[in-house]
Design a binder for this molecule. Structure first.
Ligand SMILES: N[C@@H](CCC(=O)N[C@@H](CS)C(=O)NCC(=O)O)C(=O)O
Length: 228
């Protein structure tokens, strides 16, 4: 049996996306955590963009880019997470493609340096949720395609989870106006495959990261030591 090592930074959402797919498929793997500020030479040699995740297979093959890795795992290991129907699959891939835009719209406020920039970024959040709310309208949940978990779920889970974390640091309340998105975010956050660490520990790590970033939001993180 192949051995899988997932090269990661502990709090990286793209690493988490791959870990989720591995768990959903019951594939045994281990993390190989590296420090963002001290990337080893062996890592630079296998990561063309110098980014995590990289999935090392038997120490012979190294795959990069979370979306490409997720597709690879879906092609090589049952159960298939993409829908069998090609049109549905295309529809799912189209929403996975939109993930980058979603991330920008839904999380830019967390990186704003001033209150004015924060307000400007926060005002974009509803546009992101509005699109997803419509995309989710074609089924009864709890997941993107309904009862069956998919690669769309694995892609959005880390980012929706972080949005809920941000809401607990400083509530915007936008997500409350989009019940399908909110229910989806909650279903993904409570799914065991989403978690690489004990949930409270991970949220504390995330909060410490926000506090340590020195952005406008950092001041609202209570009870956290800034991450080193
Ligand atoms: N498009 C990449 C994004 C990966 C990514 O941005 N990873 C971050 C950590 S969460 C990273 O390695 N950043 C390092 C850097 O930008 O120098 C993917 O989906 O795998």
């Amino acid at each position: 049996m192949a051995t899988y090592r997932l090269v990661s930074f502990k709090s990286c959402p793209y690493v988490q996306r791959v870990a989720i797919v591995l768990r959903e498929k019951g594939i045994a793997f281990e993390f190989q955590h590296i420090e963002p500020d001290n990337r080893p030479d062996w890592f630079r040699a296998i990561s063309p963009h110098n980014k995590v995740p990289v999935l090392r297979i038997d120490d012979r093959t190294a795959l990069f880019e979370s979306g490409a890795i997720a597709e690879y795992l879906d092609e090589t290991h049952a159960p298939r997470l993409h829908p069998e129907d090609p049109a549905e699959r295309a529809h799912n891939r189209a929403w996975i493609d939109w993930l980058g835009s979603f991330i920008d719209l839904a999380s830019d406020h967390a990186y704003a340096a001033s209150e004015a920039d924060y307000d400007k970024a926060a005002a974009q959040v509803p546009a992101a949720f509005e699109k997803l709310e419509k995309a989710l309208a074609h089924n009864a949940g709890p997941f993107f395609n309904g009862a069956r978990y998919s690669l769309v779920d694995a892609a959005y889970a880390p980012f929706l989870q972080r949005h809920l974390f941000l809401e607990r640091i400083r509530k915007l309340g936008h997500i409350d106006r989009f019940p399908r998105v909110k229910a989806w975010a909650e279903a993904l956050s409570s799914r065991p495959s989403t978690h690489s660490f004990p949930p409270e520990e991970f949220e504390a790590m995330y909060r410490a990261g926000v506090k340590g970033r020195g952005t406008w939001m950092s001041q609202f993180v209570e009870g956290a030591k800034a991450a080193e």
